[in-house]
Write a protein that binds this ligand. Structure first.
Ligand SMILES: *[C@@H]1O[C@H](CO)[C@@H](O)[C@H](O)[C@H]1NC(C)=O
Ligand SMILES: *[C@@H]1O[C@H](CO)[C@@H](O)[C@H](O)[C@H]1NC(C)=O
Ligand SMILES: *[C@@H]1O[C@H](CO)[C@@H](O)[C@H](O)[C@H]1NC(C)=O
Ligand SMILES: *[C@@H]1O[C@H](CO)[C@@H](O)[C@H](O)[C@H]1NC(C)=O
Ligand SMILES: *[C@@H]1O[C@H](CO)[C@@H](O)[C@H](O)[C@H]1NC(C)=O
Length: 459
């Protein structure tokens, strides 16, 4: 059982390659190993987590089957937590509509509201996953849909008085008050009154009166209620409205992010983290990207004094780094600022590992703080290889920058047969962007990497 599971995972890894792009100075999109969409950021225990759904390569529709999680402490290096919930979690779900959801925490538990097709009715319904940890795995809290009216894109928030609200919808904007248990609700769902004053007039030639299309993101900040949403399909832009209460009245604020980025949809996620404000969205910026192969990206912004949000464009630059990375603690190989050519998979030793490593592939991690003095003297890698291994080169600043060292990776006899390799390094001082460049003979996979750790002592 276990062996066949691992074999299956290896095959998944082989198929996940998105192809190379040498955008070494880019940090957007934030994930390059897979296509991601519909970001839902949340801060928990000092980390910023970003839940996403997952587009498959070469898709011709929104055929999606699982939900993914990534996290950061510095806005540039993103840790891959893998699949945290999938359509298989919900026995009543059918089809392939694992679309935009959001996670919220209450009373020590985490609740994942997500849309999917209800097999028995064929309609879009909203399910709720539950977990004791933010990283899941989430299980079906109810065994049946939480609610169902053939609309989707749930967003959830808890007001200061403790009342939780779920909003969702396309073409209407629905809401319902949740009970304290977060898995039942009060009364019946109702519609938010989409007045032109609150949501802006429709500009496209369609029957809808207001600009609201889908993907609401509702939150409260400094006493102001915000609904940020995808508007004026298709292509969509992002607009927002500000309210004095959770149900309005609303005051339309216009376009926050124009139609850009070769995806005809977009989806907002707005969050404050470590004293900064961030706007998450998606576009088609990765190689092979488009309307059904989307990627999550982020822009930093500053609220105006009156709480309004400045208009912003999509960029390849993304958010600046706000912290450093400690190379003397074990760091997961799947902590990535930018990569070319690699994938991630479930690791037999827990968490994920990096796989699908071929000659010339690389991973960049940013802001590695080697410190002063003599800096690092050695590095360890946890590796496995059913092939004949290869070499991990460590470069500073670029893939051909100063070489800190090169570590020979042996065959271990299996892709999940792990060993720790230690090698000398020199010149690793100060705060650096570090490139792990993988080399080896042949065109196949070379080896897998689970984690790495530098040391100030000799190896
Ligand atoms: C996607 O299409 C490209 C071009 O046709 C092809 O090379 C690639 O193998 C396909 N990828 C997958 C995962 O099917
Ligand atoms: C993708 O979704 C479309 C629309 O629901 C459906 O017709 C098609 O069969 C789906 N394809 C796959 C591979 O699930
Ligand atoms: C929606 O709001 C507008 C403006 O406040 C108001 O004129 C209208 O009656 C409301 N519609 C409903 C159905 O409540
Ligand atoms: C507008 O609604 C009418 C009546 O339901 C429908 O026939 C028409 O196709 C709709 N137009 C658009 C652009 O959706
Ligand atoms: C966004 O891009 C447009 C077109 O290039 C430019 O005119 C505008 O100033 C940009 N806005 C911001 C906030 O950078």
């Amino acid at each position: 059982m276990r062996a066949s599971v691992l074999l299956f995972r290896s095959l998944l890894c082989l198929s996940a390659l998105l192809g190379g792009s040498k955008l070494a100075s880019a940090d957007n999109p934030i994930i390059q190993t897979i296509y991601t969409a519909d970001p839902a950021p949340v801060v928990h225990d000092g980390r910023l987590y970003c839940f996403t759904d997952h587009d498959l390569p070469n898709s011709t529709f929104f055929n999606m089957t699982d939900w993914r999680l990534f996290s950061t402490t510095d806005m540039v290096n993103w840790l891959d937590h893998g699949t945290v919930m999938s359509l298989k979690t919900f026995s009543w779900a059918s089809g392939a509509s694992a679309w935009a959801g959001q996670v919220i925490s209450r009373n020590g538990k985490f609740y994942y509201y997500a849309p999917m097709t209800h097999g028995a009715t064929g309609a879009m319904a909203i399910g709720v996953g539950i977990s004791n940890t933010i990283t899941g795995p989430y299980v079906d809290a109810l065994g049946h849909p939480f609610l169902e009216n053939n609309e989707f894109d749930p967003t959830v928030f808890i007001d200061d008085d403790g009342q939780a609200y779920l909003y969702w919808g396309n073409p209407d904007l629905w809401y319902v008050r949740l009970n304290e248990d977060m898995i039942s609700y009060k009364g019946t769902p109702a519609k938010i009154n989409l007045t032109v004053a609150g949501f802006g007039a429709r500009e496209g030639n369609e029957n809808r009166t207001t600009s609201f299309e889908e993907g609401p993101w509702v939150y409260k900040r400094n006493g102001i209620y915000y609904i940020v949403y995808a508007a004026d399909c298709c292509a969509e832009d992002i607009r927002y409205t500000m309210g004095t209460g959770p149900l309005g009245p609303w005051s339309y604020q216009g376009v926050l992010m124009p139609t850009q980025g070769s995806s005809f949809t977009n989806h907002p996620g707005v969050i404050d983290y470590k004293g900064h404000s961030y706007f998450f969205y998606h576009n088609g910026a990765l190689p092979g990207g488009g309307g059904f192969e989307r990627s999550v990206a982020v822009e930093p912004f500053t609220y105006n004094p009156d709480g309004t949000i400045p208009q912003m464009n999509m960029t390849k630059k993304g958010a600046p780094r706000i912290d450093t990375l400690d190379p003397y603690q074990r760091q997961e190989a799947e902590l990535i600022a930018w990569e070319v050519g690699v994938s991630t998979e479930v690791c037999s030793e827990g968490g994920l590992n990096v796989c699908n490593i071929n000659n010339g592939d690389y991973i960049k991690v940013k802001g590695v703080n080697f410190g002063g003095g003599k800096g690092a003297k050695s590095v360890e890698f946890r590796v496995a290889s059913a092939a004949s291994g290869g070499t991990i080169e460590m470069h500073i600043g670029s893939t051909d920058g100063t070489l800190l060292g090169a570590c020979t990776i042996p065959s271990t006899g299996g892709w999940q047969t792990w060993t720790t390799v230690s090698c000398p390094v020199s010149g690793a001082k100060g705060i650096q962007d570090l490139y792990f460049v993988y080399t080896g003979a042949g065109t196949g996979d070379l080896f897998n990497v689970d984690w790495w750790r530098f040391s100030k002592g000799n190896h």
